[in-house]
Design a protein around this ligand. Structure first.
Ligand SMILES: [Zn+2]
Ligand SMILES: [Zn+2]
Length: 168
């Protein structure tokens, strides 16, 4: 039977899709407030002759940099909130860690210790592991067999690793 198991390694595009839609709204509002009010107000505290001078330019550059940090911080927070859920980890604890532990250390710790995404049987939806050949719940065959030697082969193999038969 030809059954492909969803890979644990997903693309960046697929990863971004798990981020809650609300995150993009909050991000837009935060950037609007920062570039529309916060940063202009900071530049306004400079003496008038400096606002268009070196200090004004420097403050603008720092402002753009801050905007990038704010964006990444908001998106990482929402990403961890969603990602922890599908890995059966505490969403609340990891979200708070990413928000409050500075210099992205919370996120780095999360990234290192996060559990693999559990894979599901395409037949019954039961939890399976990557090296399972059959679903322990419904006995569904999870891997393809070589037509020559009948041993289980991995998806993506061009030739059978056991008897050398061409598979693709
Ligand atoms: Zn099953
Ligand atoms: Zn074979």
């Amino acid at each position: 039977m030809n059954t492909t198991i969803n890979n644990t390694h997903t693309s960046l595009k697929a990863e971004l899709r798990i981020i809650n839609k609300a995150a993009w709204v909050i991000l837009a509002v935060a950037l609007l407030l920062w570039f529309g009010l916060g940063l202009p107000a900071m530049i306004h505290t400079l003496p008038p002759h400096e606002q268009a001078g070196t200090e004004g330019v420097l403050l603008s550059v720092i402002g753009v940099f801050m905007g990038i940090i704010i964006s990444v911080w908001i998106l990482l927070t929402f990403y961890v909130n969603a990602d922890a859920g599908r890995r059966h980890m505490s969403r609340l604890m990891w979200t708070l860690l990413v928000i409050f532990v500075p210099y992205a250390i919370g996120f780095i710790v999360y990234y290192v210790v996060r559990r693999p995404i559990p894979q599901l049987c395409p037949n019954c939806g039961g939890v399976i592991q990557a090296d399972f050949l059959f679903c322990p719940a419904c006995r569904h065959e999870l891997k393809t067999r070589c037509p020559e030697c009948q041993r289980h082969v991995e998806t993506g193999w061009v030739n059978c690793a056991f008897c050398g038969r061409k598979l693709a």
